[in-house]
Write a protein that binds this ligand. Structure first.
Ligand code: F6R
Length: 608
């Protein structure tokens, strides 16, 4: 959600900034802009729309300035436009600011600045930052930034360029990610690691309240009290190529195909060779695990859908009541959470503002918080009591795929861990599940090799305005995710329904030819699902069923059938979601949609 970059060193800054923004475009693509110092002037170039528009604007010019900042925007305050694009500047053009987050009290600040004679050119909250700097500046940028921070409330990662101090960049973060890249005679800033990887693997991951001062030769970090901080260098292990498309047309398709490896990596080292137990390296004692009387899972979007699966699985295996809640609801509804509650927060990015706020609320109420996240040292990882990393590798496409399936694996691991420590489920049952878990990666690969049925279905139905996804139990949980995938990237209306609930109202929308995607992987609910399928068939819906191998009779009842390899009934979500991801992907491509950067969305939602 907005990407920011900064560069200071001996090289011309513009190509480095633009390349960095390219890597961060998944965070927002409403506009892009850069600022640099040249000829003793602060020069700002910005353009509404994708980065390519900015590139066109810059093309044919040579820029030799060696210090600069850049931004790619996901609009919150003020519509996407040239004037609302970052960087923002003060009245005299001495300060330029790029910002990711929201300044919640910007209105009173703006009024105060207006009364002091400042003139605003944009509708953004960010512009107040540049004017505050102008208002307070007395020759020391660092002191001025500290003074400004005391005035503002909200979330921010920002980088500031000052004409009077061209040899340094000042950056500060609160509730939005910011990473320093450590170079040789040059230094970098970015919202996320992929923007730094072609220059350096050595980074400082800034914590909340920390401020960094970069020159070409040095990086100093201070805490919120202004005290110097000795930051450990975080060495990035993964390859730059992992954040490239690698021959695929889209990041999403690549990430769908990376799932077998991601599943294997997430399980790696966590299952005992005899399949009898899981090792999660948690700080909890056996006694503490036994003390829990309830689990709460909270997250947003796709991660929330992983939590819905988690609820089913943990209740079945760990024998504890589980509530699952959308993070933006959790914190405002006075949830029943106390010292005996295990709260699991799930977040690919580890930076989602609502999830982070829910985590803090859970901690405030005394719960033990376990984070499931894909980003090492992210805010969620740092603030939780325990972390279970999903090793999915960088996920760039806005639509989450491999993060979801690895989050599912995390749910199984936690459920099995709790079952073992709390003596629930027999050893035989746990061993059966763990040995099946090990086979999921290979079975996922089989699904990826057989995508033909999906492409045929897409060719026939790509123009439909509306679809329904139905299922019972775990299939309903996956239906939620299948519908979200389809609507977010193909813009086809998609609604997920618990199949038994359809007849209580929504069946009115099922008419001739409406596609219904019916998930039928749960053996114990097979007959019930069949009845629900017949109900929609009686209203002349077109049914695409998704079932495990061997359900030959389904073909007699429905119009199309997709099969997934057989697995343990509790584990089917990991496999059944893959054809739904492919369905959404191919629909989006067939409809000419921007798969990796769907309209109005951005990855890593760092505002509430
Ligand atoms: C949908 C999608 C989003 C995210 C949600 C939470 O494909 O990706 O719904 O799942 O914004 O993001 P994280 O997991 O980073 O907290």
């Amino acid at each position: 959600m907005c990407g920011i970059v900064g560069y200071i060193g001996p090289r011309p800054a513009v190509p480095i900034l633009v390349e960095g923004l390219q890597k961060l475009e998944y965070r927002g693509y409403d506009s892009a802009g850069i600022a640099l110092i040249e000829d003793n002037h602060l020069r700002i170039y910005k353009k509404v729309g994708k980065l390519t528009n900015l590139k066109e604007k810059l093309a044919g010019n040579y820029f030799y300035g060696t210090v600069g900042i850049g931004h790619t925007r996901w609009a919150t305050h003020g519509r996407p436009s040239d004037t609302n694009a970052h960087p923002h500047r003060d009245c005299q053009g001495r300060f330029a600011v790029v910002h990711n987050g929201i300044i919640e009290n910007y209105l009173p600040i703006k009024e105060w600045l207006l009364s002091r004679g400042h003139q605003f050119t944009s509708e953004t909250d960010t512009e107040v930052l540049a004017h505050l700097l102008e208002e307070f500046y007395e020759g020391d940028l660092l002191a001025t930034v500290r003074q400004m921070i005391r005035k503002i409330e909200g979330s921010y990662a920002m980088v500031i360029l000052c004409l009077d101090e061209p040899g340094r960049l000042v950056a500060v973060r609160q509730d939005s990610p910011l990473i320093v890249g450590l170079g040789e005679g040059e230094n970098f800033l970015a919202s996320d690691i992929p923007a730094l990887l072609c220059h350096t693997r050595r980074t400082y991951i800034l914590a909340d309240g920390e401020m960094a001062v970069l020159t070409a030769d040095s990086v100093e970090v201070y805490d919120s009290q202004g005290q110097p901080v000795e930051k450990p260098v975080y060495e990035v292990k993964w390859e730059a190529a992992q954040a490239e498309k690698g021959g695929y047309d889209h990041f999403m398709l690549k990430e769908i195909h990376e799932q077998p490896v991601a599943l294997r990596d997430t399980l790696s080292g966590r299952l005992s060779p005899d399949n009898q137990s899981v090792n999660l390296d948690l700080s909890l004692s056996e006694d503490e695990v036994r003390q829990f009387n309830k689990i709460f899972i909270t997250a947003c979007g796709t991660a929330y859908h992983a939590g819905v699966v988690g609820k089913y699985v943990m209740e079945k295996l760990a024998g504890l009541p589980v509530e699952v809640d959308i993070a933006s609801e959790f914190r405002y509804r006075d949830p029943f959470v106390d010292q005996r509650t295990l709260v699991i927060v799930v977040s690919q990015s580890g930076e989602t503002a609502d999830t982070l706020a829910a985590l803090r609320e859970a901690k405030r109420r005394g719960a033990h918080v376990l984070a499931v996240t894909n980003v090492v040292d992210s805010s969620v990882a740092r603030e939780a009591d325990d972390v279970l990393y999903t090793w999915a590798g960088p996920e760039i496409a806005v639509a989450s795929t491999k993060a979801y399936t690895t989050q599912l694996v995390a749910m199984y691991l936690i459920a099995l861990y709790l079952a073992e420590k709390r003596n629930k489920k027999s050893l035989v049952e746990r061993v059966a599940i763990i040995s099946e878990l090990r086979k999921l990666a290979d079975k996922a690969r089989v699904i990826l090799e057989n995508g033909r049925v999906i492409q045929d279905f897409v060719a026939a139905y790509k123009h439909v305005p509306s679809t329904f996804f139905i299922g019972r139990g775990l299939d309903y949980a996956v239906a939620l995710e299948g519908a979200l995938k389809l609507k977010e990237i193909s813009y086809i209306h998609a609604e997920a329904y618990a199949a038994g609930e359809l007849k209580h109202g929504t069946l009115a929308l099922i008419t001739g030819g409406v596609p219904v995607i019916a998930l039928v992987t749960q053996q114990s609910l097979f007959e019930k699902m069949l009845s629900n399928i017949k109900e929609v068939k009686a209203r002349e819906a077109t049914v695409l069923a998704l079932a495990m191998d061997g359900e030959a009779d389904l073909a007699k009842v429905v119009d199309h059938v997709l099969h997934i390899p057989r697995t343990h009934e509790l584990l089917t979500p990991v496999l059944s979601v893959i054809p739904l991801q492919l369905l959404a992907y191919h629909m989006a491509v067939a409809r000419g949609c921007d798969v990796d950067q769907p309209r109005n969305l951005a990855k890593s939602v760092t505002v509430e």
